[in-house]
Design a protein around this ligand. Structure first.
Ligand code: C5P
Length: 400
């Protein structure tokens, strides 16, 4: 969760209502360990004052081309030297136009032109301004020039209209910025994951399920997107937001999950079964709510398909990874599952360490033995697991 430790980000803020989201973004970046230098345009300062950014960054804000704080008087050059990235958020239609044509008539546009690091922009404007052929031409040119365009999103706008042009939320920009800076060892690879519990209906309101928040599976999906994969996430009933860039298929029961996995299967390079799939389902599902009456009730169950074992047994099996959540004897059960289901890797954890929470403590079991990962937030654990998967796949294909 210290994604930006030791990194310096230059954040350009131009004149749009969405500038208030830039303040929130600064807070997230600083919390994640970044040093943030804010370059504020005159129009940007009309929306959020420099005092806000100074307080949030703990650093003076850069506004004037003629600022004398740099010894050599060249803030426009020195600001991006040694910086990890330059992000302009919000980027107005006017600023995008200036950027496209290489104008350098204020500090931020000059910093962009003289930059020595990746440039990302988060457009924010009225939908008609966004759709205007001039803006679209500019954006296409910026993309061709290697600038990353984050958004915009569709939705309600400050002007009262609805359409494309909303700036991404601060948390979304944070994720996209982090992802854009990562190496892409899974570029060109397709990864399919299952996550969350399944729900096996007894009647229209009741059913059998497992306790699983889905957080580990969703974190893994996000880590795979960050690593450049094309991700399909097949999710049981959970209340989590879809990881950015992942394709999500929602299901309820194990049979639905099974069908969704088979449908998404062609072309997958990796399958990670994280879901806590119910092993059994009621033999019958009542069409109407069951009424209480008798002292005891017997429900007959039948076995669900083992989705992961079935995929791993196919001749065209992708690289298969399973999870083993155990309450005891982790190593024995996890390694047993790896061999029984013919998996390249099993991620084992004791349920008391991970269930429902935001942190996890896992051990990886592969053909070479057991590897204990340090306890950490689920997203950090997920990134470590993805790095291990990449190493195993490289070894598999003979690349060292
Ligand atoms: O339930 P079990 O401990 O056997 O789960 C081990 C692995 O198998 C997990 O990765 C889980 O997602 C997967 N699994 C499955 N279908 C089932 C049961 C388990 O894909 N019916």
């Amino acid at each position: 969760m210290n994604e930006f430790q030791g990194k310096r980000i230059v954040l350009g803020v131009t004149g749009g209502v969405a500038a208030y989201k830039a303040a929130e973004l600064v807070r997230l970046l600083v919390k994640a360990g970044a040093e943030v230098d804010v370059a504020l345009t005159a129009a940007g300062a009309q929306f959020v004052g420099s005092a806000t950014f100074q307080a949030l960054t703990g650093r003076r804000v850069w506004q004037a081309l003629w600022d004398e704080r740099m010894d050599n008087g060249m803030a426009h050059i020195d600001l991006t030297r040694g910086a990890t990235a330059l992000l302009v958020a919000p980027a107005t239609a006017d600023f995008l136009a200036k950027l496209t044509h290489g104008f350098a008539d204020d500090l931020l546009s000059t910093v962009c032109l003289a930059r020595d690091c990746p440039l990302l922009v988060a457009p924010a404007m009225n939908r008609q301004m966004w759709e205007n052929p001039a803006t679209q031409r500019n954006v296409a040119q910026l993309r061709a020039d290697g600038v990353s365009i984050l958004g915009p999103a569709y939705g309600e706008q400050a002007c009262g209209e609805t359409g494309d042009g909303r700036m991404f939320e601060a948390g979304e920009l944070f994720e996209d910025l982090y992802a854009s800076l990562q190496t892409k060892p899974l570029a060109g690879k397709r990864v399919m994951l299952t996550a969350g519990p399944t729900f096996e209906a007894l009647d229209p309101v009741r059913g059998l399920s497992n306790s699983s928040s889905g957080k580990m599976g969703f974190s893994l999906a996000r880590a795979c997107v960050e690593a450049g994969a094309e991700v399909t996430l097949i999710a049981g009933p959970v209340t989590l937001a879809t990881p950015r860039g992942a394709r999500r298929v929602d299901v309820q029961s194990a049979l639905q999950m099974h069908a969704a996995v088979l449908q998404a299967m062609p072309g997958q390079d990796v399958f990670i079964g994280v879901a806590a799939v119910a092993d059994y389902r009621p033999r019958q599902t009542a069409a109407h709510k069951m009424k209480k009456g008798t002292d005891s009730l017997t429900i007959e169950l039948e076995a669900n398909p083992d989705i992961l074992a079935e995929i791993a047994a196919r001749p065209d099996a992708p690289f298969c990874v399973g999870f083993a959540a155990e309450s005891r004897d982790l190593a024995t059960y996890a390694e047993g599952k790896r061999l029984a289901k013919k998996l390249a890797l099993v991620v084992g954890n004791l349920v008391q360490d991970g269930l429902g929470g935001d942190t996890n403590s896992v051990t990886l079991f592969d053909a070479a033995g057991a590897h204990v990962l340090p306890p950490a937030g689920k997203i950090d654990v997920a990134r470590d697991i993805v790095a291990h998967i990449v190493r195993l796949m490289e070894r598999h294909s003979g690349k060292h």
